[in-house]
Design a protein around this ligand. Structure first.
Ligand code: XMP
Length: 506
């Protein structure tokens, strides 16, 4: 990476969004805790200070010495970041001043100022601040106002430092991306960070880092681990061994289909069928968390056994992505939770970790995968939980229940593809309930299980809405499942959103 923007995080909920917008402008950026500025990094081209839940007057407010950055890099303070700039230079920030939440319009814009080049008078911005800068320090000057806030944006004389009290990263700020783009121009960014350039530089870095070392990687069939594998394969070829464990809780024929995909991609993959072992260990277990633990541990054990059969392995590859990394870092830089399904592996196996996607967002991972020539069905695959159907069969898990659910799930997912609905939802699947109800088929009374259809829309799985699939579609699926899947006589559709429900049932 030969140039980057640093976003110092003061704890705002929109810090990640700033990073998204900068990346959309083909510029690489990193989020770092507010007190962890990399002064010795020569690739930094500019700095953005994020917002914060704190007021600059709060005792616990996050503060950092800005004087070492000012004049050295172009600097843009957003909301709290702007207030911190003003406050630390002797300006006045007051909570009793004008609070502003929601939409506002910029007036008196100084379009001569490079930050506001081509920004239109009256442009809508998104405000969200309880405090307000009521008096600017000497050398600061206002470059835009709103109806209720005089210093909506300021510049510092003879410095490349700016502050905006609104949020350019938020969608409702109509020309927010343009303002950030202007800032990148000020920083002299070349804006050539694309999936292709990411692949080129990452493959070169991996080659250098790994040399002739051997790496193992657990594949799940999902996007992140698959893209990680293809990237590593491009860098070190046969020194990468992938292990794909079939725990017997995958979708119908998923193991065979995905193995075929991996073969076409030229990956060196060991496919391990461990279904019987998992069914045995899950026998009679009904508690969701216990089931998760058994499946997680079983997975690690199988992986460990297979890895031990290989010689001289030094590294463990993982498909960790940026949201996992950000969520794992508290603002002081300490790890508060570890995220991965294979989280216990590196310690147990005494291996070094290599995570080539750890700085990418999900959509960037998909674009990198496409650029690497991976097939669309692998890239667009819905998220699927590590414990698989094990947490979609409520109560105890048996191979027969897995078979029933796989059949129902296959009908549902195939039809979503046929009806061109698959790409419109974030995730879909079926759940097998442990209760039976009465039905009638021909002249016969039935007493069989219920299958739930679940489909949600979402952008990050943190929140989700139930998907409003067409009635005709649901009717067809219900009919087909009840007619074709022995053991099911009732189909229901889950109309719960998250929160307060979750996407999975267990
Ligand atoms: P929930 O059910 O918490 O799910 O709304 C949010 C997202 O996480 C997935 N999920 C899991 N993924 N191991 C995983 O790898 C798990 O134990 C697990 N539980 C839930 C879920 O499919 C959804 O995408």
């Amino acid at each position: 990476m030969n140039e980057k923007i640093i976003i110092l995080d003061f704890g705002s909920q929109t810090t990640q969004l700033i990073a998204r917008r900068i990346r959309e402008l083909n510029t690489y950026c990193e989020i770092l805790p507010y007190n962890k500025f990399p002064f010795d990094d020569t690739t930094v081209k500019g700095v953005i200070l994020s917002g914060s839940p704190y007021s600059v007057y709060d005792e616990n407010a996050f503060k950092t010495d800005l004087s070492r950055m000012r004049n050295k890099y172009p600097l843009l303070g957003i909301c709290y970041g702007a207030q911190l700039l003003a406050h630390s230079s002797g300006g006045t920030v007051e909570s009793a001043g004008s609070r502003e939440y929601g939409r506002a319009n910029l007036t008196k814009i100084d379009t001569e100022n490079p930050l506001f080049k081509n920004i239109t008078e009256g442009s809508q911005v998104w405000m969200s601040h309880g405090d307000s800068i009521t008096r600017l320090p000497e050398s600061f000057r206002v470059i835009a106002s709103t109806q209720s806030v005089e210093a909506a944006a300021f510049a510092i004389n003879r410095e490349q430092t700016w502050g905006v009290q609104f949020h350019p990263e938020v969608y409702h700020t109509e020309e927010g991306s343009k303002i950030l783009d202007n800032f990148l121009n000020i920083c002299g960014c070349t804006k050539d960070w694309t999936p292709a350039s990411f692949i080129e530089s990452t493959v070169a870095e991996l080659k250098q880092k790994l040399g002739n070392d051997k790496v193992i990687l657990a594949l799940s069939g999902g996007v992140d681990s698959s893209v990680t594998a293809v990237l590593l394969n491009r860098a070190i070829g046969k020194n990468l061994t992938c292990i794909f464990v079939d725990h017997g809780l995958l979708r119908k024929n998923e193991f065979q289909k995905v193995m075929k995909d991996y073969e076409v991609l030229g990956l060196n993959v060991l496919g391990i069928n461990a279904s019987e072992r998992f069914y045995r260990e899950l026998e009679g277990v009904t508690d969701p968390e216990k089931k998760r633990k058994i499946i997680g541990k079983g997975f690690i054990d199988v992986f460990d056994e297979e890895a031990h059969k290989l010689q001289n392995i030094k590294w463990l590859g993982q498909g960790t992505i940026y949201p996992d990394v950000i969520e794992s870092l508290s603002i002081t830089g300490t790890v508060i939770k570890s995220h991965h399904n294979v989280g216990g592996l590196p310690d147990k196996m005494n291996l070094k970790l290599v995570e080539p996607l750890r700085l990418l967002f999900k959509d960037e991972v998909r674009r990198v995968g496409t650029e690497l020539g991976m097939p669309a069905h692998l890239i667009k695959r819905h998220p699927f939980p590590g414990p698989g159907l094990g947490i979609r069969i409520l109560g105890d898990v048996t191979s027969e229940k897995v078979r029933v659910l796989q059949e129902a799930d296959d009908i549902y997912i195939s039809a979503l593809h046929e009806w061109k609905l698959y790409d419109k939802v974030w995730q879909a699947g079926t759940i097998l309930l442990p209760i039976r109800s009465v039905g009638v088929m021909g002249d016969e009374r039935t007493y069989e299980n219920t299958v739930v259809l679940r489909a949600v829309t979402s952008t990050d799985a943190m929140t989700a809405d139930w998907a409003q699939l067409p009635y005709e579609f649901l009717a067809k699926i219900s009919n087909e499942i009840i007619n074709k899947v022995k053991g099911v006589n009732r189909v229901v559709y889950d109309i719960s959103s998250k929160p307060p429900s979750t996407i999975e049932w267990e």
